[in-house]
Ligand binder design. Sequence first.
Ligand code: ZN
Length: 161
Amino acid sequence: MVGRDGPASRQQGSDRGGWIATVEGAHLRGRPTRDTAPEVALRRAVHALGLRFRLGRTLVNRYRPDLVFPGPRVAVFVDGCFWHGCPQHGPTRFRGPNAERWTGKIAANRARDRRVDVELRAAGWRVVRVWECEIRRGVEVAARRIAVEVRGHSWGSATTG
Ligand SMILES: [Zn+2]
């Protein structure tokens, strides 16, 4: 999910008390919350590989992955680099008056992501997380990574199962 994280992102609105307005924060508040460009690009690429998925499916514990493949039980999340703390683009070192809050917020998001993965896996789902920047770098590579999970690990090999 890019800029949208179920319960976590809903908190952003109510959680604003005490935050100090910054230039950095201004563009984040205005970012799109659904059907972001990376999500749409990924869906297209996955579709082009002949894979069929569901959008907006609610799974166990009310988790809503971005793409769901009910048959093979694969759940795909598109993670925004900023909010989910991508190793390359996540703001690991904040400066300014809100530094502690940002750090805490992203740490909480990351912890939540790990919890979601654990709980979905326990419920029999395979979880694929795709970074926003991975999609920007090469959406087809990202789509193929999903295809591997959906079609099983024989995908791309010489043998067919
Ligand atoms: Zn990134």
